[in-house]
Ligand binder design. Structure first.
Ligand SMILES: *Cc1c(COP(=O)(O)O)cnc(C)c1O
Length: 393
């Protein structure tokens, strides 16, 4: 089976348990699959687009309602679909940062946050993590003071990840926002690993902006995401056009400048919207996901020499391990070298960990059933025992 032009049919999540750190939360629901087939054509959501001619105003399919539902789901005032979390950062950076402005990020910020700051001409200052790998409100306070001392100005905005991509640690955003707001610094909370995974309340977090990723965490096709904000900031970040052509005198109605008018015009918005009712339900079962995450990490820790680099016990499903003193000792003499582990996992129907990893590696257990989680946990121990690694039970 192939799709022509050298494209093989992809069968990963159909055939394997996929622990890929960035793929687990974006796996489509069956309803999203159907929407993808039905709305694959370009501009397919535009059949019934009428005045005022904007994506978030379309009522058939019910995109207008979906935008309202998303804002409510995130506990924010206004939401817009964006082509990936990164485009949300970009829109915010463009209105909140002037050239040479100092901007606060963290040592765990994603490269797309840095690039958004760079495009807006900002200067990057990072908040360090504490020994436990957590970005604390105290560290934010002292870094704000640093920035003021160094540049003579307060940061234009603070970017903070609710759960970071390096360790999958959960950071105390509510406390962090409180500190930033004491200095009148707006806060962008990066929910790329949380919105659509766990219940996220933007108001409670004190977020001026809350950004989610459709393809990372909302069971949606790429590129998709959501930018939500407060009524106050909506006026700036969703400002409508005022430009006029000098010959034609044309103006462009209520198109939003930062959104380039319309954003997700087909398969992306429809996939995201079809998954949404499932996503809204699944965040309530986050406790089970955390249970599975800890079940697997505990199995790994029973293999002598294995360390967990993420916070422990786990509060998220993305986890970073150090197996230098366990699996990597096997790799030194194994005929498959470093590939023995991912190859042994593949033989057991498990994929998604970077091929050849035996030292420091990440996995994401999101979306596994009870049986699958137990199976993954047992498989790691089984592989270790087969290779003669001592395990404590
Ligand atoms: C994946 C990721 C992003 C980028 O998300 P896109 O939706 O692909 O733009 C941003 N921040 C963090 C923390 C991420 O893990």
């Amino acid at each position: 089976m192939n799709c022509g032009n050298g494209i093989d049919t992809r069968q990963v999540d159909e055939l394997y348990i996929n622990l890929d750190p960035i793929q687990a939360g974006g796996r489509l629901t069956p309803d999203a699959m159907k929407a993808v087939l039905a709305y694959g054509d370009g501009y397919s959501v535009c059949d019934h687009c009428t005045k005022p001619f904007r994506l978030d105003c379309i009522s058939k399919p019910p995109l207008a309602q979906f935008h309202k539902d998303l804002a409510e789901f995130m506990h924010m005032d206004v939401a817009r679909l964006v082509p990936g979390a990164r485009r949300g950062f970009q829109a915010v950076a463009d209105v909140a940062i002037r050239p040479d402005d100092p901007v606060l990020l963290t040592v765990y910020s994603h490269y797309t946050e840095f690039l958004a700051v760079e495009q807006a001409g900002g200067r990057a200052f990072e908040v360090p993590a504490d020994d436990a790998g957590i970005i604390t409100a105290d560290a934010v306070a002292s870094r704000i003071e640093d920035v003021i001392r160094i540049t003579g100005r307060k940061p234009a905005i603070l970017f903070v990840e609710q759960v970071d991509y390096q360790y999958g640690n959960l950071h105390p955003v509510a406390g962090i926002s409180k500190v930033a707001h004491q200095y009148d610094i707006p806060v962008l909370c990066n929910g790329a690993y949380t919105v659509g995974i766990m219940e996220v309340d933007g108001k409670e977090l004190g977020a001026d902006f809350l950004v989610g990723s459709g393809h990372k965490s909302m069971a949606a096709p790429a590129p998709s995401g959501v930018l939500a904000t407060t009524g106050e900031w909506a006026e700036k970040v969703f400002k409508t056009t005022g430009i006029k052509g000098d010959i034609t005198g044309r103006t462009f109605g209520v198109k939003e400048i930062e959104m380039m008018g319309c954003t997700l015009m087909g398969v992306t918005s429809m996939g995201m919207m079809a998954s949404f009712p499932h996503v809204r339900e699944r965040v309530k079962r986050y406790g089970d996901e955390v249970k599975h995450s800890n079940l697997i990490v505990d199995a790994l820790l029973s293999i002598e020499g294995t360390k967990v680099l993420s916070e422990y016990p786990r509060r998220h499903t993305l986890t970073r391990m150090n197996t230098v003193n366990s699996f990597d000792t096997v790799a030194k003499t194994h005929k498959k070298k470093g590939y023995f582990l991912t190859s042994a996992l593949l033989e057991r129907g498990i994929t998604g960990i970077l091929a050849g990893s035996t030292k420091v590696w990440k996995y994401n257990s999101y979306g596994l059933t009870d049986d699958q989680a137990r199976y993954v946990a047992d498989s790691f121990v089984d592989i270790a025992k087969k290779e003669g690694l001592p395990c404590v039970s």
